[in-house]
Design a protein around this ligand. Structure first.
Ligand code: HEM
Length: 222
């Protein structure tokens, strides 16, 4: 879909709109289509001139503790409230079983399941995860709707990733989880604010920085 948007834009206004801007706008529009909030997207980001597969992997993978997540976010100018609000995007989408399989059989090397996982959810996940690349909804209750059910799930021990569930057990993050679980509008309005912040992290905007890619899959050759 990003490639389709890009090729249409290149036809009508070549080398004007970056892939970074397309992705930022598409994330906002997809959120609205799923029932989530609107936020204003500013434009003018450039694309990087270097693209490394190894850098795409430098994101949290679902096994981190809250301290590591907080540090990762803070290094990018995002605070604990942003961490909890942006994690709410796991109200849609899926995860491979690979990302949480340890919770089902051998949590932290204990050879037992994660005690913070509901027993019925544990049994469901064991059935759904026949192979590590099988996919499971991140929000088991309303997987296709952008809503605050992600947070009520955490209160009921229905978080899929260990990092999701930890947001409810850690004292630094649980007050925000409880606020979002009980006040859906608080979540959607904070999500919009945090997405604007996320969309401004490490952006390239100066004249001598970056480029407008012609094809989002490759850096420009000329
Ligand atoms: C708090 C730190 C985060 C962690 C540890 C995390 C971890 C993960 C993991 C492990 C998956 C599943 C990957 C797989 O096995 O296929 C996933 C999926 C997803 N994440 Fe996150 N994530 C985080 C933050 C975010 C943020 C900030 C956003 C967006 C604002 C986001 C949006 C998504 C979406 C939409 C999916 C589903 C993708 C799909 O269905 O293909 N996540 N995340």
């Amino acid at each position: 879909m990003i490639d389709d948007i890009k090729s249409q834009l290149e036809k009508s206004c070549p080398r004007m709109v970056s892939c970074a801007d397309i992705l930022t706008a598409a994330a906002r529009d997809a959120t609205i289509l799923a029932g989530g909030p609107f936020w204003e997207v500013t434009f003018g980001r450039k694309d990087g001139k270097i693209s490394l597969a190894s850098e795409a992997n430098l994101v949290p993978h679902g096994h981190e503790n809250i301290t590591a997540l907080v540090q990762f976010f803070e290094a990018r100018g995002l605070d604990i409230l942003d961490l909890v609000a942006l994690s709410g995007s796991h109200t849609i989408g899926r995860s491979t079983c690979y990302s949480f399989i340890d919770r089902l059989y051998n949590f932290n090397g204990t050879r037992k399941p994660d005690p913070s996982l509901s027993y019925s959810f544990l049994n469901l996940l064991r059935k759904r995860c026949q192979r590590v690349l099988d996919l499971v909804y991140l929000d088991v209750i309303t997987p296709r709707t952008f809503d605050s059910t992600y947070y009520t799930n955490l209160v009921k021990k229905l978080g899929l990733l260990s990092t999701d569930q930890s947001l409810f057990s850690d004292a630094r993050t649980s007050p925000f989880v409880q606020a979002f679980a009980t006040q859906p509008f608080l979540f959607t309005s904070q999500f919009a604010v945090s997405m604007v912040k996320l969309g401004n992290v490490q952006v390239l905007t100066r004249p001598n920085e970056g480029e407008i890619r012609v094809n989002c899959n490759y850096v420009n050759t000329i």
